[in-house]
Write a protein that binds this ligand. Structure first.
Ligand code: ZN
Ligand code: ZN
Length: 396
């Protein structure tokens, strides 16, 4: 236990060090995956505490900021991941409802978290967009950079989404103009054209900086315009597939990665019973997602070192059934995720643990090299009328 931390009781580990959900059932039996035999392996503390542990120059840390679904739960925000690289780069992948309180609890400044990659525009993947955007003025004094797919029409694409989100924040931005720097109060969309995908052109390089390559590829999910991402850096790699029904196409795009992150979903009967949805609706929804047995079929094609399933409803009686379905088709190492699960990838091993974060954390200031433009603009013209301002109580 680290002095000064007050942790919510709940997500913890078993006596063997396995990440343990609220339910008490282990979420993985593969919390350490050894990639290279015969080398001395880095030892990690049992739990991850923000700001208490350096990331090695050659490693990747993935933190689940949301493992759940629409209708967010206290223990499961909707979908989102933070990716940190040993070179200092940080990327957010999806920002579903409830994810940003987990993100901020990792104690980075908003100024360090200005790169967001969206897989698709379902609200359980973008619901906390404005919460993330609100980092402006606190510390992020540079635009929020957003990567994402174009849509079937312009109005269904990422750029239009960002434009509308900025417009919806107008009152917020105007009200703070001149109080705090407003140079971060804008989104910059880096939209890529999904019509360029084809069997001959299965993936697009959408980010190529500082030795980091991020590719996008289409996935099958409801309508066209949903993608997955493949990240490659320092000989390490992972994919994040957003949502979707399993396809051999997406599996091909993920082949040989260290970590394969894909949604995992309840079977229709359980979803019907637990969520009280009519069975027919449950079947239709589950048809757009990936059950345990199909997850295993994807894994057999991808052959990753570790599979990671998110977007799953955790409960006492749902964990074993996912594994039972999974083991019908596959025996490769798998982690079922909960919020604030942390996965370290190095050239030698992959280690999964649970983070403990402070529920009463304070905002972290921007590092000196990321302060951005601190200039204050003039106050908004939408001034409060003099007749009411004259009634202001100014002191005792
Ligand atoms: Zn989703
Ligand atoms: Zn979706």
């Amino acid at each position: 236990m680290i002095e000064g931390y007050r942790c919510i009781s709940g997500p913890d580990t078993t006596s063997d060090g396995y990440p343990l959900p609220l339910t008490g059932k282990p979420l993985t039996k593969h919390n350490v995956v050894v990639k290279k035999e015969g080398v001395e392996l880095k030892q990690y503390p049992e739990r991850f505490f923000p700001k208490k542990e350096d990331l090695g120059a050659d490693e990747i840390r993935l933190t689940c900021i949301g493992s759940g679904n629409p209708i967010v739960r206290r223990a499961q925000a909707a979908t989102g991941w933070l990716c940190e690289l040993g070179n200092g780069d940080k990327f957010i992948f999806d920002v579903g409802g409830g994810t940003v309180q987990n993100l901020w609890s990792l104690e980075y400044s908003p100024a360090e978290l200005d790169k967001l990659f969206l897989t698709h525009l379902h609200l359980d993947h973008v619901g906390d967009y404005h919460v993330l955007f609100d980092g402006m003025g606190w510390a992020r004094n540079a635009p929020l950079q957003v990567w994402g797919p174009s849509g079937y029409t312009k109005e269904m694409g990422t750029a239009y989404f960002c434009e509308l989100m900025d417009k919806a924040a107008l009152w917020h931005i105007e009200s703070k103009r001149g109080l705090v720097p407003s140079s971060g109060a804008v989104s910059v969309a880096h939209e890529f054209d999904v019509s360029q995908f084809s069997p001959e052109n299965p993936r697009l390089l959408v980010y190529d900086e500082n030795g980091v390559k991020i590719y996008a590829f289409p996935v099958i999910h409801c309508i066209y315009g949903s993608v997955g991402y493949r990240v490659e850096w320092n000989g390490l790699s992972f994919t994040f597939h957003g949502d979707g029904s399993p396809s051999t196409f997406e599996a091909e795009q993920a082949k040989g990665v260290d970590v394969f992150m894909h949604e995992g979903f309840l079977d229709a009967e359980t979803f019907h019973q637990k969520a009280k949805l009519p069975l027919q609706n449950a079947q239709l929804v589950v048809g757009e997602h990936t059950t345990g047995d199909k997850f295993g079929m994807l894994m057999n094609i991808v052959q990753p070192k570790l599979g990671v399933a998110y977007h799953y409803f955790l409960d006492d009686d749902t964990i074993d059934p996912f594994y039972e379905l999974y083991h019908q088709t596959c025996d490769l190492p798998l982690v079922l995720t909960q919020d604030l699960m942390v996965i370290n990838i190095t050239p030698d091993q992959i280690v999964t643990r649970q983070a403990w974060t402070n529920p009463l954390h304070w905002p972290s200031p921007a590092p000196p090299d990321k302060r951005g433009d601190m200039t204050l603009a003039t106050r908004s013209e939408a001034a409060i009328p003099k007749w009411i301002k004259d009634t202001l109580i100014t002191g005792p």
